[in-house]
Design a protein around this ligand. Sequence first.
Ligand code: TEU
Length: 556
Amino acid sequence: MKKKWWQKAVVYQVYPRSFQDSDNDGIGDLAGVLRRLPYIKKLGVDVIWLNPIYKSPDKDNGYDISDYRDIQPKFGNMQIFDKLLNEAHRLGLKVVMDLVVNHTSDQHKWFKESRKSVSNPYRDFYIWRDGNDGKAPNNWGSYFGGSTWKYDEATKQYYLHLFAEGQPDLNWENPEVREQVWELMRFWLDKGIDGFRMDVINFISKPAGLPDAPNPENAEYADVEPMVADGVKVNEYLKEMNDKVLSKYDVMSVGEMPSSKTEDAVQYTGLDAGELNMVFQFDHVTLAFNDDPRLGKWNDKPVKLVDLKKALSRWQKALDGKGWNSLYWNNHDRARAVSRFGNDSPEFRVKSAKMLATTLHMMQGTPYIYQGEELGMTNAHFTDLKQYQDIESLESYYQIVDKEKLVNHATMMRYLATESRDNARTPMQWDNSQNAGFTDGKPWLELNKNYREINAAQELQDKDSVFYFYKRLIDLRHNSDLIVYGNYVELDPEDDEVFAYKRQYDGKTLLVISNFTSKEIEREYDSKIVKKLLISNYDDDLGTKLRPYESKVYLY
Ligand code: TEU
């Protein structure tokens, strides 16, 4: 497989509204990101992924775009963006933008035209259908609660919105829609950005006839994902995108692909596929699901290590030599890694954060670090519904508790504390001053109370901090073809305490051993071989004895 720059790169995800506020309106902004570039550079990453910064009514924190060619005024303006892009490039940092083209905002000029009349030239930019006996055209349920169909009185038809009502789905069957998307991509690529993360890009091809989804539980609305993920024309559209746009630039592309399987990903990311470079797969971050399918993601179950190993190993083996993996534990949609997969107690937070980092960063693929993950930031542990802001959390609470009465308030609060996207969106914790140095205004979302103990200033002073551990892992990757290109050999798949695997390349072997428990245990691997300890989250090596959350990498 021909080597590409993004295979050796490490990406840092910035959620601008929660990163650094510069004008004290309580919302992070681009001038704040600019100010913090030296911090990002110090970590040693190569690429910054910016969540959406385009003009938006903010129904879904910027994932409802009303103008793809202008900056959300809360975040700044195009001049500040240009300054940010130039300074990032001067520092040797590439910048990847978030491409949200499965849907637009209902305030986008295309939709404002489309809804004017059935004969409007933009009508077919979106997916309009007649009702079904006075009801929605089918039984699909929105990700944010309720139906995926909204009745529009003006033209007496329904329009499709997989997410919020303010996020109407674009009709990708329409070649004019695709041409407009290629144009807006070129606008940003010609400004010099270095690639795109593509929002739910495997949802863009809807099934012919838009049939009902299976609904065995006879729920009010059925799970839409099996109907819209990886539709029959996704590859065709991505090939056209690559042929007409991406292939003209030296850029990276990563497709967010909920519920995609490895065989789909080999299609999407195969080097000769002419589609995308890599995908965000969801198998390892959707392992804990409620036993009641009507509750979907809302649960408070621990993630079973054997399941986690199976999911990650499946992807490592399936794409080795055939495609390319992204490697991530969390992002702006997921709970914080150390809380969801590790142990965020004061006793084990640092050790388990480093253990998780080692386990992931020694794999094959491009690692993505979500802002604050490098500090070991934890879930927010909110206790009051009023603390939450996320549309998905609040709409889901309303649907599940108030409307369908499937669980009581206390249970749903436990589920939100475990899985709400707001866990990842609390402001970045810079120091132990008021509001953690994020803003001198009123933060748009409450800070995590632990910012006085967990913050960048403290960790930059501590050579044993999570920050410097991530920095060492990134440095190891930058200097090792074995880590980047080595194959993947899983060890003891059924071991429910230790995640162990090997990487091999050019006659060298990496042995990665991670104890996922708070217990001291014994494990033996290749005991006869003389091994060099490459990195560990403990100061010494007790051989076969593994201490709580001990993670170490041997080279031989
Ligand atoms: O998320 C897509 C997606 O699958 C989400 O529904 C995610 O799986 C879920 O929220 C996890 O609980 C993308 C963006 O990352 C997300 O922020 C947006 O809300 C969504 O698309 C709509 O644009």
